[in-house]
Design a protein around this ligand. Structure first.
Ligand SMILES: O=C(O)CCC(=O)C(=O)O
Ligand SMILES: [Fe+2]
Length: 489
């Protein structure tokens, strides 16, 4: 038996994310029957479909759970019986992450109250900084996520960015297709609804991807260079789209710029919260951090059978995600300790800050990479979100783990100093490692034995951040990989 509290008009699938590099341990199908679900009576429909994808590498199967017999037990709570059947599905042809079904899913909207809203003002002010860092640390150990307010990005900017992406998605399909992600070796551009898979399940969203505006590496040779070097390059800006939406390009570029500044500041706080120096991540990330801005539109669904999930359960790949969402709702995070799902409800004028797998790995699991997903909604309102993924320069070697990390929940932050407060030392360079993926810079050696040309891990030097990012990105967008990375030009 398990209990689910479902938010209004939202379909709950059952997915479980597994950590990266774990590809074989979850392969069996699990079947649940006659479980119990509770959900707010006002929003419950008597036949809601839950869907859980299970993968063995060859023969995935899909578990469909149908809720029936809903009956009200309190004015606000409804119970229902869950029965489950298992059917086979086709295997995707591109690499996938193994997925396990869960029979113990719990969702509670109450758990949302667990996610703290932190104010960046409290970090900036030395008097309140110790408390801010203590709360940040606790949140990242427990959940891997928090909201940030007073972040310094104006409402005008966030509203403008939202409006720009809404205007873009409202363009005729023919116009949007001019910017197809498949046109770009650098994984930038537009992706149609129904073409992306997360957790081996087709997502129900349109999306648009941008990254740092740079020229491509002229030295890049497909099938010979490390694949991740192909991530560097320009965004797509079709002239006709810019003519139709004059504010679009400047808005997106300015928003990325401001999110980069905010992310650096947040990473400074994260470093301090880990007991490291304020410039730990600046030094690690180098002069040209690699980031991706994704804009997503989740159309409201009429019936929940047609599309069961907006975005399947997953952990973000890298270090830090800063996410802007509108007020529609549907994003959920999983509480690591209990497996319970909680709504990451829209909180006005905040961003949601989430740790990714790279951070989890670097901290030896002390900071959680939050498993999250987006549920479809039947409210009639489309949902828009803009996540920003912040990572080191592509050729950064990330240490396997921060040394001598104090793993206790509470640390003394009374003397924590930000970068600008730290005394400058001779020759100090805040971009200390100075690693950049420029055309004229020689790159770290790569493991030629690696079949995927990734040079992902090196015992001595640490693992390659770009290779790690590429691993996920190429899995999400196999059409880009097939076109640009599998043969020489
Ligand atoms: O749209 C959202 O709120 C979340 C999207 C997400 O998790 C992702 O694209 O990685
Ligand atoms: Fe995500």
């Amino acid at each position: 038996m398990f209990e689910i509290h479902a938010p209004a008009g939202i379909v709950i699938p059952t997915f479980v994310e597994i950590p990266f590099n774990s590809t074989s341990s979850f392969s069996s199908t699990t079947t649940t029957s006659a479980s119990k679900i509770t959900t707010p009576a006002s929003s419950f429909s008597s036949t809601t479909t839950l869907k859980a994808a299970t993968l063995s590498s060859k023969t995935p199967s899909t578990t469909i759970t149908t809720i029936t017999n809903a009956t009200a037990v309190t004015p606000s709570i409804t119970t229902a019986t869950v029965s489950t059947t298992t059917t086979n599905t086709t295997t995707p042809t591109y690499p996938t992450t193994a997925v396990a079904t869960t029979t113990t899913e719990k969702v509670t909207t109450k758990a949302n109250e667990k996610v703290k809203v932190l104010s960046l003002h409290d970090f900036n002010n030395p008097a309140t900084r110790p408390r801010f860092l203590a709360e940040m640390r606790e949140s990242l150990i427990e959940l891997g996520t928090f909201y940030i307010k007073d972040h310094g990005i104006t409402t005008e900017m966030t509203a403008g960015a939202m409006k720009s992406i809404q205007d873009y998605f409202a363009l005729p399909l023919e116009e949007k297709k001019k910017m197809l992600i498949g046109n770009s070796r650098h994984f930038r551009g537009y992706k149609l609804i129904g073409e992306e898979f997360t957790n081996n399940q087709v997502d129900h969203r349109e999306q648009l991807q941008f990254g740092p505006e740079q020229s491509a590496l002229s030295s890049f040779v497909p099938t010979q260079s490390p694949d991740y070097q192909g991530l560097q390059g320009p965004n797509q800006w079709p002239a006709s789209t810019l003519a139709l939406l004059p504010a679009f390009q400047p808005q997106v570029i300015e928003f990325m710029h401001q999110l980069e500044t905010l992310s650096h500041r947040l990473m400074e706080a994260v470093a301090l919260s880990l007991g490291q120096s304020a410039h730990y991540f600046r030094d690690l990330f180098g002069a040209n951090p690699y980031y991706r801005l994704k804009a997503a539109k989740y159309p409201s669904v009429k019936n929940t059978k047609a599309a069961t999930i907006g975005c399947g359960a997953h952990k973000d790949t890298g270090f830090l995600t800063v996410l802007l969402q509108d007020m529609v709702g549907g994003l959920q995070g999983q509480i690591p300790a209990t497996g319970e799902w909680m709504d990451t409800r829209p909180v006005p004028e905040t961003f949601i800050v989430t740790m990714g797998e790279a951070m989890e790995r670097l901290t030896g699991g002390l900071y959680q990479a939050t498993v999250h997903r987006v549920l479809n909604n039947t409210s009639g309102q489309d949902r828009y979100s803009i996540p920003f993924f912040f990572d080191p320069a592509l050729d950064t070697r990330v240490p396997h783990q921060i040394e001598n990390l104090d793993r206790s929940t509470r640390l003394d932050f009374s003397n924590a100093q930000t970068r600008e407060e730290l005394p400058k030392t001779d020759g100090e360079n805040f971009c200390g490692l100075g690693i950049t993926t420029q055309d004229n810079v020689s790159l770290p050696s790569t493991a030629s034995a690696s079949s995927s040309r990734q040079a992902a891990v090196d015992e001595e030097e640490g693992w390659c951040s770009g290779a790690h990012v590429f691993e996920t990105v190429h899995r999400c967008h196999p059409e880009v990989y097939a076109r640009w990375y599998t043969r020489e030009e």
